[in-house]
Design a protein around this ligand. Structure first.
Ligand SMILES: [Zn+2]
Length: 380
């Protein structure tokens, strides 16, 4: 967690000073003749802040602050800063302190509940966050914010049915995220249906997913999985190829799977079609195919030979190996294949999280569709 810029803290402390002065003396009334009239506890609170004893400082400020309309923004600002700094327990104390006051205006109580729910979410206390967000979602002006937060709580709980429910409610108030998110929820539900053997329900869910987003490679992959279970390998191959055309980043995982499904005599024709497709796009796509082929131990496959040579002779990093001669490059290709088997093959382009598995939903930053094929291979 990075520290907030000093300036931000200075502004908060300034807000605290103004808030406390306002609370103590009242705006419009006589301004204190000198700061020496400040409550001595307030100065003690500042001492604690300066000497980096934040908990004691917080105790002191909470004791001093009246929750009247003049100091309330300060409470919210301080609570939000603590949460952003990852000091969630302090944020929770501030918001609970606010809610404990009988004189709190209803609109401030609703905001404090929302802030406390966000603290709980940040602290990973999902059940408490869920209950509060549900309560706040009844408030019309906060409904969209609370429903969207609820959707994220359900995502973290992997409760896809509820996440879809929150999405649909958001759509009704025209505040839903892109429809691809709903399509992913439906695919998560379809995956569970396939796991429990209910392929009829899985097909229904995938039809709904395709109504939300088309083309949608994830739905094609799941339909391929169902076709494979139903002993329809030709349909499975067609759907897998469709998914690979739509999402070439799936090649690393799905190329070996695809080749396992095709008859041995049809393998070269499928590879040639993949080469033609990659050639018709751009060099990076060809490179992606070549690396997936190398990882799948297909260095010697005839339809790929020209592509492997092309990538090795034109890629800036691999050129040196290419110049050393064909024997050298074949050996290097095998070595790269061995390295790729243990490399981190995917990376989230939102947060940089990387790993050996592909995720539709980033486990670190919870973005959808943010994973890209990626590998660091050190050439000796
Ligand atoms: Zn991420």
């Amino acid at each position: 967690m990075t520290d907030l810029p000093l300036l931000t803290w200075a502004l908060v402390i300034a807000a605290l000073v103004l808030g406390i002065l306002a609370g103590h003396f009242g705006w419009g009334k006589r301004w204190p003749a000198s700061l020496s009239k400040l409550h001595p506890d307030y100065l003690t609170g500042l001492d604690y802040l300066v000497t980096e004893q934040p908990d004691r400082a917080l105790d002191m400020f909470l004791k001093l602050m009246d929750a009247n309309a003049d100091t309330i923004e300060t409470h919210f600002a301080l609570g939000s800063l603590y949460r952003r700094r990852g000091e969630v327990e302090r944020a929770i104390r501030i918001h609970q302190n606010l809610l404990a006051r009988d004189a709190l205006a209803p609109e401030h109580r609703e905001l404090a509940l929302l802030a406390l729910a966000q603290d709980y979410l940040r602290a990973g206390l999902l059940d408490r966050a869920e209950a509060l967000f549900q309560q706040v979602s009844e408030v019309p002006r906060l409904r969209a914010i609370a429903l969207d937060a609820l959707r994220l709580v359900y995502e973290q709980q992997h409760d896809w049915q509820q996440a879809l429910g929150a999405y649909r409610q958001l759509a009704r108030v025209k505040a839903a995220p892109p429809r691809i998110v709903a399509a992913h929820y439906l695919c998560e539900l379809a995956t569970l249906a396939i796991e429990r053997g209910d392929t009829m329900d899985a097909r229904r869910l995938l039809r709904e997913a395709r109504a939300e987003a088309k083309p949608f490679s994830r739905a094609a992959l799941l339909r391929a999985q169902i076709a494979e279970r139903d002993a329809q390998p030709e349909l499975a191959v067609r759907l897998l190829r469709q998914a690979l055309t739509e999402s070439p980043e799936l090649l690393q995982d799905e190329l070996p799977h695809l080749l396992k499904l095709v008859e041995p005599q049809a393998r070269d024709a499928v590879l040639a079609a993949l080469v033609a497709q990659a050639e018709s796009r751009d060099f990076s796509e060809l490179k992606r195919l070549v690396f997936a082929a190398i990882a799948a131990d297909l260095v010697g496959a005839q339809p790929l030979r020209a592509s492997i040579e092309k990538v090795f002779s034109q890629d800036a990093t691999l050129q040196a190996v290419w110049r050393a001669g064909p024997a050298q490059y074949e050996r290097t290709a095998h070595e790269i294949g061995a390295l790729l088997a243990h490399a981190e093959k995917y990376r989230c382009n939102e947060c940089g999280f990387s790993g050996r598995s592909f995720y539709w939903h980033c486990p670190a930053c919870h973005s959808w569709d943010s994973f890209e094929a990626y590998a660091i291979v050190k050439l000796r």
